[in-house]
Design a protein around this ligand. Structure first.
Ligand code: NA7
Length: 534
């Protein structure tokens, strides 16, 4: 580990935690504005979730042309995606390209974790400490720590006893893994498992999949991007960016109270199978608000599973029945359901049995022991709050963020927490975040935060801090709009249900016109925030 930085470098305008897409752009914006900024990143390189999630088949579930920054026309012009849904190595290469192009690496400390961040009211500055002994003093702290950056650690009895190889999808070895000829267990059937299983199944001699909840997955219909695809996107690009800047979606979305007759819905449903993936769900009229509409889409997917999977009993086990489609993040796959037709693939339904322990040689359920050479834990993340809860964050008067959030995260606009001046979240709870195109939401937040910081600087103000009242009202609004949807009906990571003991609170914001709202707040002299001269 490198020695701590020297004291002369350590008094800064801003600290940015994380070098994923959010941290990279945040550092760029603040540095361009002439601020002194230090980024701190636990990994040894940029890319965030795309640095860690190197499991086979990892790729984005939003089309690559849209899963791209829009802040630089030159960047958009130069970068060429090869596939409709880019694979992880290419997305990581994109992050590296951005870091190189804007010379961002020199502002980051890599291989370094922030352990604490405390606000000192006397000097209106944050003291940020890292695991290698650095101490920084910063006016602003921006947490670009990601929504899916803390993988759940397997906690079955006996996990450490296993003599084969164990892997966590979110912490995949950089050198890759070859499962050829091995007996492999994969635990979990979320997006990471659904993307990786078809590839693991081709290599393994035997693959056993442990499923707790069946998932809705839509076919990616992934393919190489053609010159025509790229040209069409370039033609539409100015309009696309103009819509984003106005806070509108480029994806055609029906008005929320638009409920076509049953026959029309059934005519729309096949669009779920055309490769638009999550965009086809977003475009489905009133999908997350109407049980009747949702049932049409869900039944369409259920029928496709029955068609694809040869064994009807197995097909039924793979079919989600007890939660609405889209209420838990749907997946986008290549040959996921068909993989279960292979002779070397077996499903263990954890609704019929349970994993009792991991033994030295395999996985023991209530009914049998399945001997394996390798276990892949594809069991998800402590989402949205996990990275923040692992840092000792204290605001005014020593107030601990973990105490404030003991019953679930509370923010104003997803951007700030009352009692934590000059402390910002990017794509935090209470913002659209994981229910939007993350690259777009990151840009919206980074621009808003950068503008707020520059607003303070230009007026020689010391702090910006959300008021408790504004925060209470926002939290009530976030809950109210979530309660008008079907989202609370699923035990998803959106609601913290996948982590034992985590408060059950719906975290993303599902209301309309989010960007217009936060822009209006800024235009109204940061209504709901207190700006102080210090
Ligand atoms: P997810 O979507 O949280 O999936 C995790 C899977 O692991 C899911 O099927 C879980 O079942 C299952 N799980 C979690 N804990 C256990 C235990 N203890 N035993 C058995 N099964 C378990 O994470 P992913 O990494 O796949 O995807 C995360 C996001 O990355 C994804 O949504 C995309 O945005 C990209 P459950 O459904 O909780 O019953």
């Amino acid at each position: 580990m490198a020695p701590p930085t020297t004291a002369k470098d350590n008094v800064l305008d801003a600290i940015v935690v994380g070098a994923g897409f959010a941290g990279l752009y945040m550092v760029h914006r603040l540095r361009e504005a002439g601020l002194t900024v230090r980024g701190i990143e636990a990994g040894d390189g940029v890319g965030g979730t795309w640095y860690w999630n190197r499991y086979p088949g990892a790729r984005c579930d939003i089309p690559s042309l849209l899963y791209s920054y829009t802040f630089s026309d030159d960047l958009a012009e130069q970068w060429q995606w090869s596939e409709k849904y880019a694979p992880q190595p290419e997305i990581l290469a994109y992050a590296n390209h951005v870091a190189h192009r804007f010379d961002l690496r020199r502002s980051f400390l890599f291989g370094t974790r922030v352990t604490s961040s405390h606000f000192d009211d006397a000097v209106k500055r944050w003291t940020v400490v890292t695991d290698r002994g650095d101490t920084f003093s910063a006016r602003q702290v921006v947490m670009a720590t990601g929504c899916l950056s803390v993988p759940k650690q397997p906690d079955y009895p006996g996990v450490d006893r296993f003599r084969g190889k164990s892997y966590i999808t979110g912490l995949w070895p950089h050198e890759g893994v070859d499962f050829t000829g091995q007996r492999v267990a994969v635990i979990g059937t979320g997006s990471s498992a659904i993307q990786s299983l078809p590839i693991v199944a081709e290599q393994a001699s035997a693959l056993t999949v442990f499923q707790r909840t069946p998932n809705y997955s839509l076919p990616a219909c992934n393919r190489t991007l053609t010159a025509e695809d790229v040209a069409a996107f370039r033609t539409a690009y100015p309009e696309y960016v103009a819509m984003l800047r106005m806070g509108q979606s480029f994806i055609p979305v029906f008005p929320r109270d638009f409920e076509p007759p049953q026959a029309d819905l059934e005519a729309i449903a096949p669009a779920l199978w055309n490769g638009d993936g999550l965009l086809s769900l977003v475009a489905f009229p009133n999908l997350v608000r109407s049980e009747r509409v949702n049932a049409v889409a869900a039944n369409y997917v259920r029928d496709r599973i029955a068609e694809i999977v040869d064994d009807p009993v197995l097909a039924e086990k793979l079919t989600p029945r007890d939660y609405p489609i889209g209420a838990k993040r749907a997946c986008v796959d290549t040959d996921y359901y068909a993989t279960f037709n292979r002779a070397n693939v077996r499903l263990v339904d954890l609704r019929e049995t349970a994993i009792v322990e991991i033994t030295e040689t395999g996985v023991r359920t209530r009914d049998e022991t399945i001997e394996v050479d390798a276990i892949v834990y594809a069991t998800g993340f402590d989402a949205m709050t996990g990275a923040l809860s692992r840092i000792d964050i204290r605001g005014r008067d020593g107030l601990a963020l973990n105490d404030v959030w003991a019953d679930g995260p509370r923010t104003y606009l997803g951007l700030q927490v009352a009692g934590f001046p000059n402390f910002f979240l990017i794509t935090g709870p209470g913002s659209p975040s994981v229910l939007s195109n993350m690259l777009n939401s990151i840009e919206v937040h980074v621009d808003w935060i950068a503008d707020a910081v520059l607003h303070l600087r230009d007026r020689q103000l010391a702090t910006i801090e959300a008021t408790g009242t504004a925060q209470d009202e926002w939290v009530a609004h976030v809950n109210e709009v979530a309660d008008q949807t079907l989202f609370p009906q699923a035990n998803s990571w959106y609601i913290g249900a996948n982590v034992e003991g985590k408060p059950r609170v719906f975290m993303p914001y599902v209301g309309d016109n989010y960007k217009q709202r936060i822009d209006a707040v800024a235009a109204d002299n940061y209504a709901g925030f207190v700006l102080s001269a210090g």
